[in-house]
Design a protein around this ligand. Sequence first.
Ligand code: 0O2
Length: 212
Amino acid sequence: MEIQLWREILNPYDLAVKELTVKFEHLIQEHRQQGLYSPIEQVHGRVKTISSILDKAQKKNIPINEIEEKLEDIAGIRIICQFVEDIQKVVEIIRSRTDMKVIEEKDYVNNMKNSGYRSYHMIIEYNVETMNGPKCIHAEIQIRTLAMNFWATIEHSLQYKYKKNIPDHIREKLSSAADAIIVLDQEMSQVRSEIMDAQNAFQIQANLVADI
Ligand code: 0O2
């Protein structure tokens, strides 16, 4: 397929990623302006690269004309939370929104993948308005803690380095690191209320200074 045609196909996904990123970033801002703790700490978005789309389609035996229908993560949003408890709050926020429709959920937070990967995935339908009119696309929202994100980022880089064949001794290290992350997230949850209070007090102070 020609590069220009790919650009046309990916344009609505690019728009969706931009819009969704702004919407979730705005939620953080709304919470902070009201001196409230935000369950969302950071938001990142990306459109899958053409080579990554083609690799995944080949791996899953998806014909080229069915890629848009069957590959649900061409548009990807990653929401990073401070605490495990925040993940459920974000899930509920997304479920209750009228501008996106949840069509699938995968809970790898409570059902860790064999690799050690943990994250909550939601596939949504989202409408964008393009030059050619409205288009409904799929997007994947991954919700995870800072600690889960640390693990997934390192593991993803290793998968890339070793072309998905990570040596056993490194796999073992990743597996024990994944267990350590579960413990870390549990320990941080135990001091959650103290941290939330401290951050709220800091935010209120910052808002007051900004108003002066
Ligand atoms: P990229 O490069 O991040 O876009 P699967 O058949 O399991 O490979 P599927 O059916 O699309 O994938 O759904 P799943 O399991 O929900 O995984 C989708 C995405 O979750 C992946 O996209 C990764 O971003 C992330 N993910 C899933 N498993 C792992 C894992 O073991 N380690 C890491 N680091 N990330 C994972 P892509 O397209 O595989 O990769």
